[in-house]
Design a protein around this ligand. Structure first.
Ligand SMILES: [Zn+2]
Ligand SMILES: [Zn+2]
Length: 255
């Protein structure tokens, strides 16, 4: 698998950290993990094959994770690069994702589903296992963030495991869910004194990493307060000795 960080930031506009989106290439196709308002143009900026994207994962309905979906569907409809596409685009998300996109679609007769190729929306219940791409098994678990928010666990036929927490508060269940992942992509919204329980600060993230023991931990979803810190990895490593990587926009990692 190959991961490209498109957005290592949050909903807060930032000069170097776009809102959350991650491009994941697998041997069963390509999936976009969260589709922030910045995601469509970031895919183009990284020269990725966005016209042939196979699937989109929406972790929850906050705009920094979902807000690019309607604009992206609107662009697929009109882009010259997609007019000859025949393969369907699968959109996976929590229960309610269909209603949400339909509500936007109906609000102004956008006709977002009148595409050159089929769009299929699949609603996923927490705890469900399913095939997300050909030969790629997905599992989900509820995260303590919003009522619908889900973490995602992917297993490739090669045995490689990738886990994406998306936004979450502290959860022992999520550490267990991520146990032994080859790459764990985890939010680390705040450095310390987090203003709300539905996100992680550094010590929370590193405690969860200690329990999960991933081969590689990638921290992301950085609020602007992190700008004051020169070396996030160095600070993280004082709390957990495993391999830690700071997500930065454009970073590419092989899994
Ligand atoms: Zn977020
Ligand atoms: Zn959120």
């Amino acid at each position: 698998m190959k991961l490209v960080v498109l957005g290592s930031g949050t909903s807060v506009p930032h000069p170097h950290r776009a809102s959350p989106a991650f491009w994941l290439e697998t041997n069963g196709g390509v999936i976009l993990l969260d589709i922030s308002p910045d995601a469509p143009h970031r895919m183009a900026e990284e020269e990725l094959d966005w016209p042939n994207l196979d699937a989109i994962w929406v972790s929850h309905f906050h705009f920094d994770h979902f807000g690019g979906l309607a604009p992206f569907l609107f662009s697929l409809k009109w882009a010259p690069q997609t007019q000859k596409r025949v393969n369907p685009l699968h959109i996976y998300g929590p229960v309610g994702v269909r209603n949400l996109i339909n509500a936007i679609n109906d609000a102004n007769n956008y006709r977002l589903f009148a595409q050159p190729f089929p769009i299929e929306i699949i609603e996923v219940v927490a705890g469900e296992n399913f095939e997300i791409l050909t030969g790629i098994t997905a599992g989900t678990i509820k995260t303590p963030h919003t009522k619908e928010s889900l973490a995602l666990h992917l297993t490739e036929q090669t045995g490689k495991v990738f886990v994406y927490t998306s936004d979450t508060g502290v959860s022992e269940e999520i550490s267990n869910f991520a146990a032994g992942a080859d790459l764990l992509l985890m939010e680390c919204s705040f450095r310390r004194n987090k203003p709300l329980e539905t996100h992680l600060e550094l010590i929370d993230a590193m405690r969860m990493a200690q329990d999960a023991r991933p081969n590689k931990l990638v921290l992301t979803h950085f609020y602007p307060e992190w700008d004051e810190i020169d070396d996030i990895v160095c600070e993280a490593r004082t709390l957990w000795a495993g391999e830690v990587v700071e997500a930065t926009d454009g970073l590419t990692l092989e899994i």
